[in-house]
Design a protein around this ligand. Structure first.
Ligand code: NAD
Length: 436
């Protein structure tokens, strides 16, 4: 199958590489010349475990190409996947302009019978609107449109794509359904459930799934707040409720709140589409408000614990990415915490194994350290904000010895409370009482 992918970001590049792995002939198109030049020079512009090696294999075997030319990229393609960004507008609604522009740009270039597949996360009704845009541009074209939302997680994108819990696609057109079945046949052969439904259902499934997962995170953070007041341990509570198969244990790690390129914008878009259709999503509206307020509350807690003049204080922040195993800092709670501390007058030294370059423009005023211990040395407080294994494996006694002050704030509950009990340090974590 000849496939073109518009957008070579986290999703487009992973989709393109994995579709080549499934045996298809793939061209990834991106308007960002620097990105394509890097890819053509053998460099992968994002950090995603396992991607680089797989990508190189398929580039080497000429099954995977990169170009900035939409015309040559989509030429002769049986399917064109749209995987461009869908950011938030200032009012929280979704900005569909990149998706619409992508659809417009291919309308005159695709071959007849081509299937246009919307991989970007879009609100219900988008496929229908794109059909009209393409028809406006090229009325006589016989084409199909389908929705194929992506559920991969950054940090495990390749394995999520190749071993997903399910593949969902939606189209009101049998030709599109048949083509998508063929594209994903290798996954179906491995036993992956394939859910084929309507355009509208597929679009709704993606938003509902992300809203639900974000709710689990928001819920466990509320439970953690309660635990702190009543002497509970949120880890024990999460383990206890997660064993219930109806609930499941994933997305029950208390922490600084959800961030990243998906949950914040997707919950906002879900709330906005609810308002637009007179069906307010009150659970999600409340979730957004409490998640937005959380980084500031966590930063203020550090300032309270430290007391005194923030201008005299040096704080080490470990972790900038919105979660471990990615270099993505979009809407990372860590950036919001750091900016709050900088605004209060603190000196902030920050470290992240992969995300320092991406974070630098968003935390001007913070000093970036190449090594976690360089950030920690002489600090009055240390705050852990991303759950990197590198931090989990640090010897906490060494961290405490390197510090000047005595405040250790573990907002990812990485460290074992019992191991810290004997150290001369004030240990603050999420929803867990200090060891007696
Ligand atoms: P991204 O910002 O990493 O990549 C988007 C790419 O599209 C950019 O490189 C940009 O230059 C390119 N682009 C924009 N307009 C273009 C056009 N007209 N033609 C060709 N290229 C164009 O975004 P992403 O994180 O890959 O997300 C893409 C979509 O997938 C979004 O809708 C997102 O919500 C969804 N999604 C993301 C994830 C994730 O974990 N990142 C997971 C599931 C779904």
């Amino acid at each position: 199958m000849k496939i073109a992918i518009l957008g070579a970001g986290y999703v487009g590049l992973t989709t393109g590489t994995c579709l080549a792995e499934l045996g298809h002939d793939v061209t990834c198109v991106d308007l960002d010349e620097a990105r394509i030049a890097k890819l053509n020079g053998g460099e992968v512009p994002i950090f995603e475990p396992g991607l680089e090696e797989m990508l190189r294999n398929h580039v080497g075997a000429a099954h995977l190409r990169f170009t900035t030319s939409i015309a040559s990229g989509v030429d002769g393609a049986d399917a064109v996947f749209i995987a461009v960004g869908t950011p938030s507008l200032p009012d929280g609604d979704i900005d569909l302009s990149f998706v619409e522009e992508a659809a417009r740009s291919i309308a005159r270039l695709v071959k007849p019978n081509c299937v246009i597949v919307v991989k970007s996360t879009v609100v219900v009704g988008t496929c229908k609107a794109l059909r009209e845009i393409i028809a406006e541009e090229r009325g006589a074209l016989d084409f199909s449109i389908a929705s194929n939302p992506e559920f991969l997680r950054e940090g495990s994108a390749v394995s999520d794509f190749l071993s997903p819990d399910r593949v969902v696609f939606g189209s009101d057109d049998p030709r599109a359904r048949a083509l998508l079945e063929k594209i994903y046949q290798p996954l179906a052969d491995k036993g992956t459930p394939i859910l084929c439904t309507t355009n509208a259902n597929a679009e709704l499934i993606k938003y509902s799934a992300n809203a639900f997962l974000a709710l689990k995170i928001g819920f466990i953070n509320d439970v953690a707040n309660l635990c702190e007041q009543v002497g509970g341990d949120v880890n024990a509570v999460a383990a206890g409720i997660g064993l219930d198969k109806r609930i499941g244990s994933s997305f029950l790690a208390a922490g600084p709140g959800y961030g990243g390129s998906c949950f914040p914008k997707d919950t906002r878009a879900f709330a906005a589409i609810g308002r637009k259709h007179g069906t307010p999503q009150s659970l999600i509206e409340n979730l957004i408000a409490s998640n937005d307020a959380r980084p500031q509350a966590l930063a203020d807690r550090v300032l309270r614990e430290l007391g005194g003049d923030p201008h005299a204080v040096t704080i080490a922040v470990l972790g900038l990415a919105f979660k471990a195993n990615t270099d993505d800092v979009r809407e990372s709670p860590s950036l919001a915490v750091i900016n709050r501390l900088l605004k209060a007058g603190c000196t902030v030294r920050a470290h992240d194994p992969k995300a320092m370059q991406a974070a630098a423009p968003h935390i001007s005023g913070a000093e970036l350290c190449d090594d976690a211990f360089a950030a920690v040395a002489g600090a009055d407080a240390v705050i852990v904000l991303t759950e990197w294994d590198e931090y989990r494996q640090m010897n906490v006694a060494d961290v405490v010895r390197a510090m000047r002050g005595r405040l250790l704030v573990d907002y990812r509950n990485l460290w074992n409370v019992a191991n810290i009990a004997d150290l001369d340090v004030h240990y603050v974590s999420i929803g867990r009482a200090p060891a007696p």
